[in-house]
Design a protein around this ligand. Structure first.
Ligand SMILES: [Zn+2]
Length: 49
């Protein structure tokens, strides 16, 4: 299954592993579920201190 990816260098969205403009490796802008949980934990940690 293809997921949308983003080039962190030029900010272009692509489906490719590498940006076809600057040849940078692309990233997944919003990793599913996983990151939300992580962010919430981080948020709690921040408030405690
Ligand atoms: Zn790029």
């Amino acid at each position: 299954m293809l997921s949308i990816k983003k080039c962190k260098k030029c900010g272009k969205y692509t489906l490719m592993e590498y940006c076809n403009i600057c040849k940078e490796k692309t990233i997944t802008p919003h990793p599913p579920k996983f990151s939300l949980e992580k962010e919430l934990k981080y948020e709690k940690y921040k408030r405690k201190n």
